[in-house]
Design a protein around this ligand. Structure first.
Ligand code: NCD
Length: 357
């Protein structure tokens, strides 16, 4: 069963095709308004969300389908201790496709391995967020007319910002991409993101120094919910604030992106600058999710539900010790590892490095 768990589950050609369909939906919405008649999308959100959940729901409704689901773990049987695997099996009986967000890294993969319908990862802990990446790519493409030859600055919480990790993975497959990573020392991009992707990057703590070089500035929120102590969050929360003054040195056609929600990192005064793209980015999210739902439902119709193939995974030799991984809280999940590009053994759920048993 084809699911979307990581942005690298899609080839560059498939992403191009999704963007092509999204643009066609934008121009001819009436053509698509009955395409999912009789189909149901379930949104299983174990973590707060506005855009991701509601854009999925709006996408399915605009395709003529229906939606069901829950928006907090406390109103689902997870509160009674039900496993992600069981929830996925149960929901497969009620819907045709699942969109899921979960605080534990790798939880949507567990769901995909147990569901009999496609599962879309709507964000797993600090790990990844592939549909936000599709949204970001469509936005860069529509604003700049290209996805290659771009210098992009990521600014803010690059450690826990899952949208940053997925967008870096995706952009590395295009040519002429230069990445400037702007963050406090404590919130730098994790090593696995840097080591597992071949890309040209520099790291800095200074937004002011980086800004004149950028074609795209991707601002992010400091991810309060992932910090171990309130003191640490308080110390770092206002590390970067984009203001009209800071934009004086930026290129005239630089795009400012933000996955939203914004807390304080872009001043409201920036919203009227034509370079502010973040509200147009939100609209793109609905169209690309419409294209994705159509693709996955069509593939499910054609391919049915083939058996899982774990033959490339390494089992029984290592354990994942990442406390944020779904394997740390659901004991019955088998620990499995894959050999990464750099030759390291990494957990298939959260990409943490394996440790020997
Ligand atoms: C992001 C997320 O949930 O990771 N929001 C979103 O999906 N648009 C970014 C964030 O929460 O900071």
């Amino acid at each position: 069963m084809r699911s979307l768990i990581d942005i690298l589950d899609l080839t560059v050609e498939e992403i191009d095709e999704l963007m092509h369909v999204a643009c066609d939906i934008i121009n001819n919405p009436w053509k698509y308004s009955e395409m999912c008649r009789g189909k149901k999308l379930a949104t299983l959100f174990f973590e707060p969300s506005t855009r991701t959940r509601l854009s999925f729901e709006a996408a399915m409704l605009e395709l003529g389908g229906s939606v069901l689901g829950f928006s907090e773990a406390s109103t689902s049987s997870a509160a009674k201790g039900e496993s992600v695997a069981d929830t996925a099996k149960v929901m497969s009986a009620y819907c045709d496709i699942i969109a899921m967000r979960h605080p534990k890294e790798g939880a949507p993969l567990v769901a995909a391995r147990n569901a009999t319908v496609p599962v879309i990862n709507g964000g797993d802990g600090g790990h990844c967020h592939p549909t936000q990446t599709l949204t970001d790519l469509l936005t860069i493409f529509r604003e700049k007319g290209r996805l290659s030859d771009i210098t992009i600055g990521f600014c803010g919480d690059l450690k826990f910002g899952r949208t940053v990790h997925s967008l870096i993975h995706a952009l590395c497959r295009y040519t002429g991409i230069k990445v400037i990573l702007i963050s406090p020392e404590e919130l730098k991009v994790p090593n696995y993101v840097k080591n597992e992707n071949a890309f040209e990057y520099e790291e800095t703590t200074s937004l002011e120094e980086a800004i004149p070089k950028l074609d795209v500035l991707y601002m992010t929120r400091i991810q309060k919910e992932r910090f171990e102590t309130d003191e640490e969050y308080e110390r770092l929360k206002d590390s970067y604030v984009l203001t009209p003054e800071k934009l004086e040195n930026a290129k005239e056609d630089m795009c400012i992106l933000h996955p939203l929600p914004r807390v304080n990192e872009i001043s409201v005064a920036v919203d009227k600058d034509p370079r502010a793209c973040y509200f147009r980015q939100v609209a793109n999210g609905k169209y690309i999710r419409m294209a994705l739902i159509l693709k996955l439902l069509e593939e499910a119709r054609q391919d049915g539900n083939p058996a899982l193939d774990d033959s490339e995974y390494i089992k029984g030799v290592h354990r994942c010790f990442n406390p944020r991984c779904i394997t740390s809280c659901e004991q019955e999940i088998e620990h499995m590892f894959k050999v990464s590009h750099s030759g390291a053994h990494r957990c298939v759920y959260c990409e943490a490095r394996a440790r020997e048993l």
